[in-house]
Write a protein that binds this ligand. Structure first.
Ligand code: GTP
Ligand code: MG
Length: 444
């Protein structure tokens, strides 16, 4: 591990009222003092002083800062010139420019954060909605990491007992209670499966709830997209078949992010290009959590019902989704009372009914979140690692039931422990660390 002292600007790149430079490492304090108009910096006190001839600044020294190392934070005026000049002066004095995420990497190496918490820091910085923020904070506060660590420890104890038996292989002893091991493995698997089950929702909340807008050509799908976004995002025209490819855009309502996907109109055609678009529309509906089926209210409702039927036949499980029939163009046609009961009546042109639709979308997600467990898995790397450990544990359980030799069971158990450990960072390798910390910006 390097004991370099690293430096970077931690505020966003650009001009600001002020900018914050962070200097971290064994020599942070003497390196900073080389340039400051004061003799010393008392720990954790804001000191107003001069940085060379460059600027009047505020300096704060932390014996154990965010990184777990001596850290000096310098707040200067926010011009790009000053930011550059201060960093350069510190580099000339012996500091090194920090790599992306290196401050957080050091925090992890010094045990200030576990790996899933370090990842949560990245999520926290990226959060733009209250929901994304809440998820990141829950992970940062420990979330499921603690639970996984306990689970891993119990399994680790049993793995050690199992491996001890191998040293006595001549003597036919069993240190590890097989019944207890099996029930622990099964319990671990249940917990891991439950946690993995929250990933779909967790990920949707983080990246935007996939919401497909489908329907016949000219029904007003693109108009609805534009109306919901309050933006001219997609081309709208009276020509049927205007939208050929899928058009995606995210927007936020009440703290939730939705990923709206406008699609090509569903109909039978020989045009290969149009058919490609229709295939994409069906795929979008299949992958969506919410499907808005847009129906032109001036047309017979049977068209919509036929389409739902075709979608089911194409393998889209509509029953798994929040599916709404959106009766559009109600400014032209007052749909019969019966029709209106079956769907949400809107007009993309006048905006009528859109508020009702937005509310329904938020309520649907809210109810999903309400029924989900407290901790939601939002991290694809964790999802993958837990899947691998799940698989290995299934082998362990099977092996125990079949009474296969301890050394074989131990191999699967070690495999499961390895993957569990990668989530919280008890097990690391440089590839995993590289992937995680390269997501950060410089200065974090
Ligand atoms: N009066 C009225 N016209 C609408 C409404 N919504 C859409 N239209 C019109 O209907 C026509 C088709 O609208 P689009 O949004 O392009 O329809 P689409 O479903 O995306 O059509 P394709 O991309 O061809 O599948 C346009 O001329 C729109 O102006 C509405 O609520 N009221
Ligand atoms: Mg369109």
């Amino acid at each position: 591990m390097s004991d370099d002292t690293i430096v970077a600007v931690s505020t966003p790149h650009g001009v600001g009222g002020v900018a914050l430079l962070r200097l971290s490492g064994a020599h942070a304090l003497p390196l900073a003092l080389q340039h400051l108009s004061v003799e010393d910096l008392p720990p954790r006190h804001a000191v107003y002083c001069r940085f060379g001839e460059l600027d009047d600044i505020i300096a704060v020294y932390y014996p154990r800062g965010y990184t777990g190392e001596p850290t000096v934070e310098l707040t200067c005026h926010g011009s790009l010139y000053l930011q550059q000049a201060l960093v350069q002066a510190l580099v000339d004095g012996g500091a090194r420019l920090a790599e992306p995420g290196e401050f957080t990497l050091r925090a992890f190496r010094h045990g200030r954060l576990n790996l899933s918490q370090a990842e949560a820091v990245a999520d926290l910085i990226e959060a733009v909605t209250p929901q994304q923020h809440r998820l990141a904070v829950s992970q940062l506060r420990g979330g499921y990491a603690q639970k996984l660590r306990e689970l891993r420890q119990q399994l680790l104890d049993l793995a050690s007992l199992l491996e001890l038996e191998l040293d006595f292989s001549q003597e036919d002893v069993e240190f590890a209670d097989r019944t207890r091991l099996l029930s622990l493995v099964e319990d671990a698997n249940t917990q891991i499966t439950a946690l993995r089950g929250t990933f779909h929702l967790g990920n949707a909340l983080k990246r935007g709830i996939p919401t497909a807008i489908i329907g016949r050509p000219n029904a007003g799908k693109s108009s609805l997209l534009n109306a919901l976004l309050a933006d001219d995002r997609a081309i709208v025209s009276p020509i049927a078949g205007t939208t050929r490819d899928t058009v995606e855009e995210t927007f936020n309502i009440d703290g939730y992010t939705f990923r709206l996907i406008d699609t090509a109109g569903l109909h039978h055609t020989d045009d290969p290009l149009e058919n490609m678009g229709i295939d994409r529309a069906i795929a979008a509906a299949a992958a969506a959590d919410i499907v808005l089926y847009v129906h032109d209210a001036t047309r017979p409702l049977s068209e919509a019902l036929d389409d739902m039927q075709s979608l089911q036949e194409a393998g889209v499980k509509l029953s798994d989704k929040h599916l709404w029939l959106v009766l559009n163009k109600t400014d032209l046609a007052t749909s019969s009372g019966e029709d209106a009961k079956q769907g949400i009546a809107v007009s993309s042109r006048t905006g009528a009914g859109l508020e009702h639709l937005r509310k329904a979308m938020v309520e649907a997600v809210g109810s999903d979140v309400g029924t989900a467990s407290q901790t939601l898995l939002t991290n694809a790397r964790h999802y993958d690692a837990l899947g691998r450990s799940n698989e290995a544990l299934l082998h362990v359980a099977q092996g125990l039931r079949d009474g296969i030799p301890a050394d074989l069971v131990a191999i699967d158990l070690r495999d499961a422990l390895y993957h569990l450990g990668t989530v919280t960072g008890e097990v690391t390798n440089s590839e995993v660390l590289g992937n995680i910390f390269s997501r950060f910006c410089i200065g974090k």
